[in-house]
Design a protein around this ligand. Structure first.
Ligand SMILES: [Zn+2]
Length: 270
């Protein structure tokens, strides 16, 4: 991950847009990253749909999920998910919370997602379930209180993903590129598992295979390749660079990016 704050902010905006474009995030969901020089803070956009995030939307928070500067914009209600996980897990550098269509059937039926193909090894051997109702009774299902965030982080434990009953999933990573890969592979795995189930009994990867495949598919050279691929798809769709951040944002090759005519036409605020 870049240790330069400006570059990391651009990378976080790109991560939000990639996951929006690849169908993990929709109007809702969010991605954060731990501050590069202060582990007691994290970066998260203002309340806005991920596919529209620009570098200027990104704010700094303490691990209590309080904005460092008084906000002039609306904030994500569920930001305690991020702060509580960063508090509980010093190894976590990036967090994504989403309600992806691919995982929701498993969250509703409370059926486990298990790694069923090699890239699915990145989700780990076991994904715990968290049911907000168990501890907090009737709520609107949004994770907004510190105690709710801490409860979710406890259930996540040392795992890479936690499924949230009737709600969605939260994924963690050692960096933004790893997080983006794991979040997309989780959704692909869920889709393949569901389709394979229609054909017959589904056998997950063996324990050793999960470890080996999970490790190799998160190597820096591999996540750099997937990051470039998903970034180029975003550019080809005219959704990168961001309209308002073209001066600061860089293209996927690290060169200053210029907004294409198509990109300039899109990205109008809705
Ligand atoms: Zn949510």
């Amino acid at each position: 991950m870049p240790d330069n704050l400006t570059d990391l902010i651009t990378e976080l905006a790109l991560a939000n847009r990639i996951l929006g474009h690849e169908g993990v995030l929709d109007a809702f969901g969010h991605v954060s990253v731990r501050h590069p020089s202060d582990p007691g803070r994290y970066l998260l956009p203002r309340s806005r749909s991920p596919l529209l995030i620009e570098p200027d939307d990104i704010l700094e928070y303490t691990l209590d999920s309080e904005p460092v500067k008084p906000p002039k914009v609306a904030l994500y209600a569920e930001r305690v998910i991020h702060g509580c996980i960063y508090q509980a897990r010093s190894d976590v550098m990036a967090v994504c919370h989403h309600h992806a269509a691919a995982v929701l059937p498993f969250c509703v039926a409370e059926k486990p997602i298990v790694p069923v193909f090699h890239l699915g090894g990145t989700i780990g051997e076991e994904i715990p379930f968290w049911d907000q109702h168990d501890e907090f009774g009737d709520t609107n299902l949004l994770v907004v209180k510190q105690e709710e965030g801490r409860s979710l982080a406890r259930t996540l434990g040392q795992h890479s993903v936690v499924l949230m009953k009737r709600h969605g999933a939260t994924v963690v990573g050692g960096g933004l590129k790893e997080l983006v890969s794991r979040s997309i592979f989780l959704c692909q795995n869920a889709e393949y598992q569901m389709r394979a189930h229609m054909l017959g009994a589904v056998a997950p990867l063996h324990r050793g295979e999960i470890k080996l495949a999970g490790t190799v598919n998160l190597m820096p050279i591999v996540v750099a390749r997937t990051w470039e691929y998903w970034s180029r798809r975003l550019e080809a769709a005219g959704a990168w660079p961001p309209r308002g951040g073209a001066k600061r944002a860089r293209g996927v090759q690290g060169k200053p990016a210029r907004a294409t005519p198509r990109a300039r036409g899109k990205g109008k605020r809705r």
